[in-house]
Design a protein around this ligand. Structure first.
Ligand SMILES: Nc1ncnc2c1ncn2[C@@H]1O[C@H](COP(=O)(O)OP(=O)(O)OP(=O)(O)O)[C@@H](O)[C@H]1O
Length: 295
């Protein structure tokens, strides 16, 4: 099967736990070669969806496949799919290195691979420490190293940046991007929208178990506006044919024009501009809009 075939396809996926509808008729695709963000407020159904993709929770109805197969039907699942889910068990008295060795043995991955993933993820720096002494960020790196043991084509990461410091988050971002550039399929959930904004190419947004949107990250922003600071902002506004509003004396927000067009319009009328910037809505604003204001 070619590299390009290892996408994730979710179709009509539904899961109810007794009276709780955790996921309802969810359909989306995650393409190889991309980092896809999986966004939703707490309890939206992200973890349940990921667990269904991994065959850890049986769907009430619908399907989740990887490269066209259910996880259980994959010939060599740990070499195909790596996952970081909450609550991965660490033996408290094992060192980080012991942990990797145990998982490498279970998945029949060589010892050399243990050293490789430890180096790749920064685990080497604390390889000899007992897992019970590790910080949350270190545990995240160890989880990621474990997920990478089988050199998987598909990675599912549930809140992998939890507990990472800003440097760790920047590292994770670069790391996931490199994995995607290699043609891998990367699905990463988060409720920290600023991180997904930086990390992902596309986003799948869910709320209350329902799909809200799938889009490129850039499409979620909506249209940017131009902010201008000028002592003659009123006059500039008066001569524009597009919509614009004065935000405070001397500050004008202009829609549907580029910065170059605004600068040209001001120059044509000798209106001085002290500042001109693009005002781009944050992904958080886009997300709140999409989810009806619920976090
Ligand atoms: N085993 C279970 N039994 C009963 N209800 C469950 C179970 N697992 C999840 N749920 C419920 O399903 C819904 C979705 O939960 P899920 O953990 O998938 O959401 P999430 O988007 O991952 O949330 P968070 O961001 O808080 O981790 C929630 O209402 C949750 O309480």
């Amino acid at each position: 099967m070619s590299e390009g075939a290892w996408g994730i396809a979710v179709r009509g996926l539904t899961k109810t736990f007794g009276p709780v509808a955790a996921v309802t008729d969810l359909s989306f695709d995650v393409a190889p070669g991309t980092v896809t963000g999986f966004l939703g407020p707490n309890g939206a159904g992200k973890t349940t969806t990921m667990r269904m993709v991994l065959g850890l929770v049986a769907p009430t109805s619908g399907t989740a496949t990887i490269g066209g197969k259910r996880y259980a039907d994959l010939p060599n699942p740990t070499a195909t799919v790596g996952a970081v889910l909450d609550g991965s068990g660490f033996h408290p008295d094992h060192t980080a290195l012991d942990h990797l060795r145990v998982y490498a043995r279970m998945g029949r991955h060589g010892r050399a691979r243990v050293t490789q993933v430890a180096d790749l993820t920064g685990v080497s720096a604390f390889a000899g420490r007992k897992t019970r002494t590790l910080s949350t960020g270190m545990r995240q790196r160890l989880n990621l190293a474990t997920a990478l043991l089988g050199d998987p084509r598909v990675l599912l990461l549930d809140e992998p940046s939890n507990g990472l410091d800003p440097e760790g988050i920047a590292w994770l971002r670069r790391f996931l991007r490199e994995l995607a550039v290699e043609g891998r399929t990367v699905l990463v959930s988060s409720h920290v929208l600023g991180e997904i904004e930086q990390m992902a190419d596309r986003v799948v947004v869910i709320r209350d178990g329902h799909l809200v949107a799938t889009a490129k990250v850039t499409e979620l922003y909506g249209k940017a506006a131009v902010l201008v600071r000028s002592p003659r902002a009123d006059q500039l506004k008066a001569c524009l044919t597009v919509s614009a509003e004065i935000l405070q004396p001397g500050v004008l927000r202009i829609h549907d024009m580029t910065t170059a067009e605004v600068a040209a319009a001001a120059a044509a009328r000798d209106i001085p501009l002290h500042e001109i910037t693009i005002e781009r809505p944050t992904l958080e604003q886009a997300f709140l809009h999409l989810t009806g204001g619920r976090r």
